[in-house]
Design a protein around this ligand. Structure first.
Ligand code: ACM
Length: 264
């Protein structure tokens, strides 16, 4: 069995140092195999180009350092959203960090609304990483609405999809039930709470972080506005069984020879 968790909280826009300190406080002494934190958990979401420049960091930067130090005392692996600076560009990224430091970086493929003004979209196909004794897939927030993202992760063998989010639309928590059911994988969505404004538009984050099982069961959905840490035990091997109770094997019965349009 593995212990997986999410932390739902409210980062302060543009205050990277304060947010890192807060994360370190909230996570101190929290033991789990994998802990998922929200998207852009260190920078805040409604960034201007100026705030982005001030809060962006390399993947092996101060947030990875802080999480590595934490991991050395808790044994956990962390998935945390950061504004990443690399090769003269910015990415909306998630770092996977464990006791030995940075393990992997995922750059969000599907940007949402104003994010196109700030970030370059990731250019690497979704891939699976072995860590904490599991096969982990990473995706970020709006990636959920493109079912191909999670399908690619599941086909690559992911058992647990780690999904940092800053959700503002209401649909994702329910949609993730279908994503897990159709791919027979576990997923932890770690969303944030609170609100921010950008160019006069108010953004209200919907909380509702959750763990969903391959059977589509929601285990521990958070409220819309509570700061909370939620831990659950899972057996990741359940995600290797792609059969439904009807006896259908959802992967063996796919008809990829008829799905060519998906590659257009
Ligand atoms: C989102 O992708 N942060 C809505």
């Amino acid at each position: 069995m593995k212990r997986v968790a999410y932390l739902q909280f409210s980062p302060r826009l543009g205050e990277a140092e304060a947010n890192r300190k807060r994360l370190a406080e909230l996570l101190a002494g929290r033991h789990a195999d994998v802990i998922v934190l929200p998207e852009l958990a260190v920078s805040g979401y409604a960034l201007t180009p100026d705030l982005l420049a001030r809060t962006a960091e390399p993947a092996e930067g101060p947030t990875a350092e802080m999480l590595t130090a934490l991991a050395r005392s808790t044994g956990a692996h962390y998935v945390c959203g950061i504004a990443e600076r690399a090769d003269g560009a910015h990415y909306n990224s998630a770092v996977l960090v464990g006791p030995r430091g940075l393990v992997s970086v995922y750059r969000k493929l599907h940007l949402f609304g104003f994010e196109f003004e700030l970030f370059a979209p990731g250019a690497q196909a979704p891939r699976v990483v072995e860590a904490a004794g599991m096969r982990l897939g990473l995706m970020i927030c709006f990636d959920w609405i493109f079912p191909e993202t999670m399908r690619c992760l599941a086909l690559a063998g992911a058992q647990l999809v780690c999904h940092p989010a800053n959700l503002v639309l209401p649909h994702c928590p329910e949609a993730m039930i279908t994503r897990c059911l159709e791919n027979r994988v576990f997923a932890v969505t770690a969303n944030r709470i609170g609100d921010e404004s950008r160019d006069g538009t108010e953004l209200y984050f919907i909380g509702s972080s959750q763990l969903v099982t391959p059977a589509g069961e929601v285990r521990g959905r958070a409220d819309v506005d509570e700061e909370t840490f939620h831990l659950a035990e899972i057996n990741p091997d359940e995600a290797d069984d792609k059969t439904l109770s009807s006896g259908n094997d959802l992967f063996a019965e796919r008809r990829p020879e008829l799905y060519g349009r998906l590659l257009d």
